[in-house]
Design a protein around this ligand. Structure first.
Ligand SMILES: C[S@@+](CC[C@H](N)C(=O)[O-])C[C@H]1O[C@@H](n2cnc3c(N)ncnc32)[C@H](O)[C@@H]1O
Length: 190
């Protein structure tokens, strides 16, 4: 057994919470790895919503889906902030999972990063559509300027959620150098 990295653990939690036909969200599509993972979990009868503020990221995501021969008629990619998630999703739509990878686009412009205010707005938007036992997962890369503040804001938000409605988990390594990503998972339990 090898203890999973935050990224690996995020995929484990998603695969245990999401079934074929579900609706899910990738709040930071980046190079598309999570969008592809989600698309495979929900299958062609499910729906994936993806958000990224960089056109380059949306294009990279489309290219990765194409390379992997994924049908995209049920995958909706938006070149807008994830803060608009609640405006984009139909009111009645319920999701079983959402994933955030906070930080900058790997291989892209390192100064374009996620910010606490929009991240929290997006988490709230996802929670308002989350079904019973559904999960919202945040993997925070925080080695860049402002990253520590964002990580702390996200953890503070999670720690304040009502324990009767949500189970909130923090997963992190205590002894790894160079800012290993941390994971926060919110499961709706009511
Ligand atoms: C760490 S990367 C995501 C990596 C991605 N999950 C992957 O598999 O490659 C973070 C992404 O968040 C995007 N981003 C930054 N602010 C955003 C916002 N307000 N809404 C949506 N995406 C945002 C960045 O453009 C960047 O592509």
């Amino acid at each position: 057994m090898k203890i999973k990295s935050a990224l690996e653990f995020s995929h484990q939690l998603l695969s245990e919470s999401i079934v074929a036909g579900d609706t899910v969200i990738d709040c930071t599509t980046g190079n598309g790895h999570d969008t592809l993972f989600l698309a495979n979990l929900v299958g062609k009868n499910g729906t994936v919503y993806g958000f990224d503020i960089q056109a380059e990221a949306v294009n990279n995501t489309k290219a990765l889906l194409k390379k992997n021969h994924v049908e995209t008629d049920h995958i909706y990619l938006y070149n807008i902030s994830h803060a608009k998630v609640d405006e984009v999703l139909p009111d009645e739509t319920m999701i079983s999972g959402a994933i955030f990878n906070l930080g900058y686009l790997p291989g892209g412009n390192k100064t374009i990063v996620t910010y606490p205010e929009t991240t929290i707005a997006a988490i709230k938007g996802c929670l308002s559509h989350l079904c019973h036992n559904g999960v919202v997962i945040v993997v925070a890369y925080y080695g860049h300027p402002g990253g520590e503040r964002e990580k702390n804001t996200v953890l503070e938000f999670g720690s304040q959620l009502d324990q009767k409605r949500y189970s909130v988990l923090k997963y992190s390594f205590l002894n790894q150098k160079h800012f290993p990503p941390i994971l926060m998972a919110i499961q709706r339990i009511d």
